[in-house]
Design a protein around this ligand. Structure first.
Ligand code: FAD
Length: 474
């Protein structure tokens, strides 16, 4: 009697979305043969950590939110539970650059919702008129139109131009390396749509809401307590390694860019055609976990409308410039997690993170590791500069803002061209069409940061959901 050949599933893209998909497939159906195609020579996509001279550099993400469970749960399942560490909440303060100086973001100001009007009134960030206009938000009637609106339009409508330019634009621009005038509010900050709809406004809504994280540790599903952000002790590279070690050795195939997908019959198998030759291979199911610009051409033959919708999702590039100093070189107290800088301040740095103040073990004793983001949707020109130029530019601005003497004693520049999806106005409607088009292709699922969340936990969730969808009818 011949045994039934095992089913084969292809996962395309070896970033955290594809890794989570492959791992979930393994958990649900260990009998299924999973092949993870990765174009590059390493797994993890943008996630990568570099240990050097006692520092631990993160090339992209440095932590993830714990308000959604998927990141913490995944880390636990891949054996990193004891490795997860929280941010030091006593230092949970963010600064914003204001007329060349770092000013604390008013206490209780959560992205765009002022919970404590008093702290906004005493802040030096807004002029008297800007404060008045922000307080007037209480009386601004809710919008009746349910169509999508940009973050910028929403905030200027509710809180006024100054609060947008000086506070909200840098806070949101810093998260998405985006222009909030183009970002979809519903896709990026749906909680504020709900606040206006359910409570009539942000001030009214913020007063009624429990703080999100609010400085208090969260109770996670496993009972362990984490602050609002968590990170693996040995960096995100260790998360990637942990997943890889739990997958069968023949699951990942590096340096294997997929060029095209083809159908074998209407409901039949998928033929995966590789970029650099090699015989095309047949699979029963496919999960595409590559970023939208790379996923689009895969569907050129099978479903051109899906290809063009994927190609229409815009991505911005950014560079993460990490610089190392001796603590004694820096006059600033570094009594926070970092700062953001508004466009109107005309600086190269979009946001700076005091990484070694946020998480233990990122710098040797008496040393400091700071990460600065440059580029983004508004300054793509900066990415044409050399590494040395970027380090000099970042050091110059940090020296000015933090009063630093001397030069950095180390640096690392990480460039991410077109790797930050920009959820522009209308994004969710486009994603719905993409999902419908993908669902019409039997045996296909999509995952990744292009659709319903860019943060690591959201990418993990998208990979896991794709895996669950795929095994249902396998
Ligand atoms: C600078 C930066 C900072 C960030 N900071 C944070 C943070 O602090 N916290 C947080 O939660 N999130 C953060 N994010 C977001 C988060 O890290 C990413 O959204 C997430 O890691 C993306 O994972 P992914 O697998 O979807 O995509 P990617 O990491 O882009 O991986 C996609 C993979 O697909 C491969 N691929 C592409 N095309 C093909 C093909 N044709 N065939 C085979 N393989 C292919 C690529 O080589 C790549 O390895 C940050 C992102 C960046 C860029």
């Amino acid at each position: 009697m011949t045994s039934q050949p095992s089913k084969r599933v292809a996962v395309i893209g070896g970033g955290i979305s594809g890794l989570a998909a492959a791992y979930r497939l393994r958990e649900l159906r260990p009998d299924v043969a999973v092949t993870l195609f990765e174009a590059g020579d390493r797994l993890g996509g943008v996630l990568d950590s570099v240990a050097r001279d006692g520092y631990l550099f993160e090339r992209s993400a440095d932590g993830f939110i714990t308000a959604v469970p998927w990141g913490v749960n995944f880390c636990k399942r891949v054996g990193l539970e004891d490795e997860l560490m929280s941010t030091d909440e006593s230092r949970r303060q963010a600064f914003v650059v204001c007329r060349g100086r770092l000013e604390p973001v008013p206490e209780g100001f959560i992205i765009m919702a002022p919970r404590k009007i008093g702290s906004v009134l005493t802040s030096r960030i807004l002029s008297p008129w800007g404060k008045f206009r922000l307080g007037w938000e209480f009386f601004v009637p809710p919008r009746r139109d349910e169509s999508d609106e940009s973050v910028g339009d929403f905030v200027t409508r509710r809180l006024g131009r100054e609060a947008y330019e000086r506070l909200v634009q840098p806070l949101i621009g810093g998260i998405y390396t985006a222009d909030p005038m183009q970002l979809s509010l519903a896709a990026t900050m749906p909680q504020f749509v709900r606040m206006e709809r359910d409570h009539g406004g942000l001030i009214r809504g913020a007063k009624r809401r429990k703080p999100e994280g609010g400085g208090k540790p969260q109770e996670n599903s496993g009972g362990a307590r984490y602050s609002m952000f968590a990170a693996p002790r040995r960096g995100f590279g260790s998360l990637v390694d942990a997943v890889r070690q739990r997958l069968p050795a023949d699951t990942p195939r590096l340096n294997c860019a997929v060029k095209r997908l083809e159908r074998v019959g209407e409901q039949g198998a998928w033929r995966v055609v590789l970029e650099r030759g090699g015989a095309p291979e047949l699979f029963d199911r496919v999960i595409v976990a590559a970023p939208a610009p790379s996923a689009a051409p895969l569907f050129d033959v099978v479903c051109p409308p899906l290809a063009s919708n994927l190609a229409a999702i815009e991505y911005a590039g950014t560079a993460v410039v990490s610089v190392c100093y001796q603590r004694a070189q820096i006059r600033h107290a570094l009594d926070g997690f970092g700062f953001v800088s508004p466009f109107i301040e005309k600086r190269a740095i979009i946001a700076g993170s005091f990484l070694s103040q946020k998480y233990a073990g990122r710098a040797p004793e008496g040393r400091v590791l700071i990460r600065a983001f440059v580029g983004g949707a508004k300054r793509p020109d900066l990415l044409t500069r050399s590494d040395a130029e970027l380090v000099a530019l970042v050091h110059g601005e940090l020296a000015d803002l933090l009063t630093i003497t001397g030069e950095p004693e180390g640096s690392l520049v990480s460039r991410w061209e077109r790797r930050m999806p920009q959820y522009h106005v209308g994004h969710l409607a486009r994603v719905k069409v993409i999902e419908d088009q993908a669902s019409a292709l039997a045996g296909l699922a999509l995952a990744g940061n292009a659709y319903r969340g860019v943060g690591v936990p959201y990418c993990i969730h998208s990979g896991e959901m794709a895996a669950e969808k795929i095994v249902k009818d396998l």
